[in-house]
Design a protein around this ligand. Structure first.
Ligand SMILES: Cc1cc2nc3c(=O)[nH]c(=O)nc-3n(C[C@H](O)[C@H](O)[C@H](O)COP(=O)(O)OP(=O)(O)OC[C@H]3O[C@@H](n4cnc5c(N)ncnc54)[C@H](O)[C@@H]3O)c2cc1C
Length: 333
């Protein structure tokens, strides 16, 4: 497939010390904590029992869960290339574990951009302080998938989950499905149709919903053939009252607000998941290096990521990463 990008040969020499340290940390986490458990875990039949909380907590304690937040917010200020490198390594351990982290990386990046100060004060401390605080975003519905992302101008197309204003609340009715981190997340970003007469581009609004909110429940947990250690679920809304204070975009401004934010997550997922015949693992990361935006980040990592990486026990500049998997070696290990 032609991505419109030119592939270059990325060698370890092109990665910064920080990126090498990140890569090594994620590799060791995958090797020691994920791979010994993953194959056995994914054979567990019940998706709820299968979910690898122990592994995710260990990763969070290493700082992986909060990587994408800026340092001034308590994260590490990881660039998109840093996240691709880490995502690839975690995916070498298990793709489902990588997807769970990746969802949280992209959604917290989005929320950090759109939160007002009151919302940030309410949610950020809880997010930072809880190793099990993951995030989910609900866009897809049983009858509505691709057209949410490539919206037409027809008001009848796209998101149908309705949000109707009643005073200082919104009443949500409808359903989402296939939602990654569904049933395990502690905060959900929900895409609702607040204007049924407008096209998706102007008729949807994003809200935050927490588990336990009256009228919000988890339906079926989907059982999957792949990514079995990530959890996907249906989200059901029945007269669910959400305060206007939990709205995170302008009314009707959801599509505009998400522009350029959630696509980060898709790029990271692509880097982590692209298998042959698309190319050897790491090919997308190499191609990413060739785009102007990420190339400049590769050359100058944020000072916050540098400082953060220097704190790791395994991340000294004298540590030489082994010439291993994704970004350097063709083919699966
Ligand atoms: C593992 C996994 C995790 C997911 N996580 C999330 C999540 O966290 N949050 C979320 O909101 N969603 C999530 N999804 C849903 C995902 O975003 C949708 O599956 C995707 O948008 C496609 O929608 P759909 O499944 O309804 O397929 P459809 O839109 O029905 O498409 C089916 C097929 O028709 C093709 N097609 C569609 N429209 C056209 C057209 N106009 N012209 C030609 N061909 C067309 C598509 O390419 C596809 O091959 C997840 C899905 C999976 C499998």
């Amino acid at each position: 497939m032609d991505f419109g990008l030119t592939e270059t040969q990325l060698s370890l020499r092109q990665l910064t010390e920080t990126q090498l340290s990140l890569r090594q940390l994620a590799h060791e986490f995958a090797e020691k904590e994920i791979r010994p458990l993953a194959r056995g875990r994914e054979r567990i039949r019940d998706p709820r029992e299968r979910f690898p909380w122990d592994i995710l907590e260990k990763g969070s304690k290493l700082g992986l869960r909060t990587l994408s937040l800026p340092e001034e917010r308590g994260g590490a200020g990881a660039s998109i290339l840093d996240l691709c490198i880490v995502g690839e390594e975690i995916a070498w351990g298990d793709l489902g574990v990588a997807v769970t982290f990746d969802q949280t990386w992209k959604i917290i990046h989005f929320l950090d951009r759109v939160w007002n100060e009151e919302q940030r004060a309410r949610f950020l401390p809880a997010f930072l302080g809880d190793h099990r605080f993951h995030l989910a975003v609900g866009v897809t519905e049983p009858d509505v998938g691709s057209e949410n992302f490539t919206p037409s101008d027809s008001p009848g197309d796209g998101v149908r989950l309705r949000g109707v204003r009643e005073g200082d609340h919104w009443v949500l009715n409808g359903m989402k499905h296939f939602i990654s981190n569904g049933g395990i997340a502690k905060l959900y970003v929900i895409v609702t149709r607040t204007d049924p007469k407008a096209a998706v581009a102007r008729g949807v609004t994003y809200f935050m919903v927490t588990p336990g909110t009256k009228g919000f429940s988890i339906g079926e947990i989907h059982d999957k053939m792949g990514q079995r250690l990530s959890q996907n679920a249906e989200l059901i809304f029945e007269n669910c009252r959400v305060p206007d204070a939990d709205r995170v975009t302008e009314v009707g401004g959801g599509v505009k607000a998400r522009a350029g934010s959630f696509s980060r997550g898709s790029v990271i997922e692509s880097a982590a998941t692209a298998p042959p015949p698309w190319g050897p693992p790491g090919r997308l990361t190499r191609m990413l290096l060739n785009t102007r935006a990420t190339a400049s980040r590769a050359e100058s990592p944020s000072s916050s990521t540098r400082r953060w990486a220097s704190c790791w026990p395994t991340a000294s500049s004298s540590t030489r990463p082994r010439a291993r998997p994704c970004t350097t070696r063709p083919g699966w290990p």
